[in-house]
Design a protein around this ligand. Sequence first.
Ligand SMILES: Cc1cc2nc3c(=O)[nH]c(=O)nc-3n(C[C@H](O)[C@H](O)[C@H](O)COP(=O)(O)OP(=O)(O)OC[C@H]3O[C@@H](n4cnc5c(N)ncnc54)[C@H](O)[C@@H]3O)c2cc1C
Length: 451
Amino acid sequence: MTNSGRQSITIIGGGASGVLLAAHLLRHPDPNLRVTLIERQGRFGQGLAYSARHRNHRVNVPALGMSAFADDPEHFWRWLQHKEPGRHASPWTFVPRRLYGAYLEDVLREAGERLPGRLVVLSEEVEALHETPKGVEIALGNGTSLASRWAILAVGHETQPLRGKGIAVRAGSDSDTALDPEAHVMILGSGLSMVDAWVSLSDAGHAGPITVVSRNGLVPRGHRDVAPLDIAADDVPFGASLNDLTAWFRALVTKTESRGGDWRSVVDGLRPYNQRLWQSWPVREKRQFLRHARPWWNIHRHRLPPDLHAGLVKAIEAGQVQLVAAEFVDIERAGKAVRAIIRPRGTKRREIVEVARVYDCGGVTVDVRASANPVIRQLIQSGAARPDAMRIGLDVDENCALIAADGSVSPRVRVVGPLTRGRYFEIEAIPDIRLQCRAVADNIMAGEAAS
Ligand SMILES: Cc1cc2nc3c(=O)[nH]c(=O)nc-3n(C[C@H](O)[C@H](O)[C@H](O)COP(=O)(O)OP(=O)(O)OC[C@H]3O[C@@H](n4cnc5c(N)ncnc54)[C@H](O)[C@@H]3O)c2cc1C
């Protein structure tokens, strides 16, 4: 197969990032542009986040933050009103994630229809990527290959391998069969995936105890409709140590709250500066943050829709959900039950908890060296890519161009989405990914126009 025309661009991964990039590229009027989007799951715009099937597995950003286009913030809200007329009273709504996936599918379809023939979608897995004198060659799982001038990796997240020797199950998987509603269950992990599992249990009428085990015992906080604090760039202590930044942040929260404000406005007010703050730190400080402050930051930054949060707090206060700060050690079968062995935080003591089922909600893998994705493994093994200094993604330059093991910058391969978290850190959510996709699309098209 060939797609090697002058403006041929192949995007690997058709989740949210791949679709947003395709949509931004196809906004360019050039009739010679050819965009090929390759997705192994067969459905586009879904990826890990928006393939959720449960109606109460919802987005954690209100509708006005979820437009595909930063310069048209009401795009998603208009689509939503058209799709579900009268259902949403205001744009401060947190829709089912599957509905957002349907929006992205429509964004892609419309982008392809704008000038027919410019978008090709392929349902295949990409196994390898090689640079050639003319561009790139992309090897597909069906044994064929595709030549293209540019390749952009948008392969996103990978779920962590299942812990617990095949005894723990993933919520919503085929092994997640019907349970006695009074049974005691355990959930490993206390982040957003835990919330999905708790929502599924709760909506299915589960009344038995739910023990939530995680190293820190912290759960995500809830949203409140407050405006971001107006923070001037000059007031932000770029380059300050983690300790000094934390002290500055806490003082700002105290001051804001003393005036009747809310800590959420400080977190949201800081958001435009997060990437710059991250980049102002040396690697040592970034590692400190990842080791000590990240769980705390995540629960304040990635918040829950208020009604879900209120339901979770109620279940915790009623004692149905128990939060345990402990390390998961092992698991074994005990007849029809399961024995989970945990080590409470700060102790050497092992505790055995007998439950009917253990759900593993460990979240996403961030150590890129542990990737099971064939194209990532091939790129790292061949030296065409290298992990960033924190090993939380691939190393890229300021244009998101891939950096090889020898430090050379690829002229033809770019990376978008969470895999660039080593450079940007704040590059997980749609409001950041759409900006990155626009910048990468404009940069590639400007380079093409100049060549
Ligand atoms: C559970 C969850 C909920 C979230 N909720 C929100 C939210 O409400 N709001 C928000 O702004 N952000 C949310 N996020 C953040 C999320 O990171 C982004 O919104 C976005 O979904 C990232 O999309 P992505 O395409 O980069 O990655 P992914 O969703 O992981 O998609 C990558 C795609 O690439 C495909 N792929 C991978 N490797 C290959 C290959 N070798 N060949 C072919 N195809 C391949 C995969 O099949 C997948 O479809 C959530 C994240 C998670 C995990």
